[in-house]
Write a protein that binds this ligand. Structure first.
Ligand code: 5CU
Length: 366
């Protein structure tokens, strides 16, 4: 934020390392990169909802998606001191089981090395070999703990294929808790295409990105809450993308539905020891500030507390459509929302973001 003396730490900022880009270019089903003649320019097609015969198929993919120098240029332009970079969706979810371990090790090493080229400016969230199964995932978590620049992991909502309330994930959550590595939870799959109706192709990417992404996150975390993950792994820390989807706004309703559910009561799930949604929001959840409005940001701050809301940009997504070279409206909108929500002159969330980064530091010095 211009004028602040606190370091600005961007915890929601993605890369597709060059080796991942090459993989995407070799594929024909999502995720893939290709041109659509007569145009020769390459397009990145990642979302299930955007793989359609229309002009909204994918997005132009330029150097900002894979060239780390572009990330640093972007950081400098927007007064960002530190970025915690993460592989963008859909991560390694689609990689065949037998290739998962090698792919994760090589991507995580590549990202860790890139961070080392810009000491003090770049840290990272690692990627898990999800399709490889529990054992190899836990091993990769142990390895990530010792990679110098890793500060957590990025995770989608499918887990091992059955969602994040799958009891099979508990040893993985436990390993992350023990390693003091937070989960950066990020959506990708949205909602089933049928909910967008017959005219979905007329609306570009708006419905899946504005609604599908946040609802996917909200549903995934609510399922975790209902399954008791946060009682069973009480110190697990999660950072939710896009200010938790709609979780801060719906927390009261979710909590009320739980408290009034006769089935849960009969099953003995409403008794002592249950953490409420509000407690989980304040003890286990951090929210990014990528919500583009003061209203949404105030809800996030009220739900989790100012010190649990972290600055983010979603770079390289949401670039300006027209003007080249200037500041990005998507970033400026979030800066304005932070200023509006906290009052002018304060840079509290940014200050706290930095504190939290060091908290996650736990095992190693920056
Ligand atoms: O614009 C998009 O599709 C995306 C995406 O896929 N992932 C993300 O983090 N932000 C925007």
């Amino acid at each position: 934020m211009a004028g602040t003396t606190s370091p600005v730490v961007d915890i929601h900022t993605h890369v597709y390392p060059p080796s991942y880009i090459e993989l995407l270019k070799s594929r024909t089903s999502i995720p893939y990169i290709r041109s659509f003649p007569p145009s020769e320019s390459l397009r990145l097609v990642i979302l299930p909802a955007e793989d359609t015969e229309s002009t909204s198929r994918g997005r132009p993919v330029g150097a900002e998606y894979y060239d780390i120098n572009k990330k640093i240029e972007f950081m400098d332009k927007h007064d960002i001191t530190i970025s915690v970079i993460s592989l963008a969706n859909p991560w390694l979810d689609w990689v065949p089981a037998e290739e998962a371990v090698k792919a994760a090790e090589s991507i995580n090493n590549e990202v860790n090395e890139v961070c080392g080229k810009f000491p003090g400016r770049l840290f990272a969230f690692g990627t898990l070999p999800l399709s490889g199964g529990k054992e190899v995932i836990v091993k990769e978590i142990a390895r990530l703990k010792d990679l110098k620049y890793m500060r957590g992991i990025i995770l989608g909502t499918t887990g091992l294929g059955k969602g994040l309330d799958d009891p099979e994930l508990l040893p993985i959550f436990q390993a992350l808790q023990d390693a003091k590595l937070p989960i950066f939870l990020h959506p990708h799959y949205g909602l089933p295409g049928s909910v967008w109706g017959e005219r979905a192709n007329d609306y570009g990417h708006v419905l899946p990105l504005a609604l599908g992404f946040p609802l996917e996150t909200t549903i995934a975390v609510t399922r975790m809450i209902l399954s008791g993950v946060f009682e069973k792994v009480p110190e697990l820390q999660m950072i939710l993308a896009h200010s938790g989807g709609t979780l801060p706004f719906l927390a009261g309703r979710i909590e009320s539905c739980i408290e009034h559910d006769a089935y849960l009561k009969a099953e003995g799930k409403l008794g002592k020891g249950r953490k409420t949604v509000w407690e989980i929001l304040k003890k286990n959840i951090y929210l990014d500030a990528v919500v583009y409005s003061e209203v949404g940001l105030k809800a996030a701050i009220q739900a989790s507390g100012e010190d649990r809301v972290m600055f983010g940009t979603d770079h390289p997504f949401f670039p300006p459509l027209d003007e080249e070279g200037g500041k990005w409206a998507s970033v400026e909108t979030n800066y304005a929302a932070i200023k509006g929500a906290l009052g002018s002159g304060t840079s509290a969330p940014i200050q706290n973001i930095s504190d939290e980064l060091h908290q996650f530091d736990g095992l190693k010095a920056a």
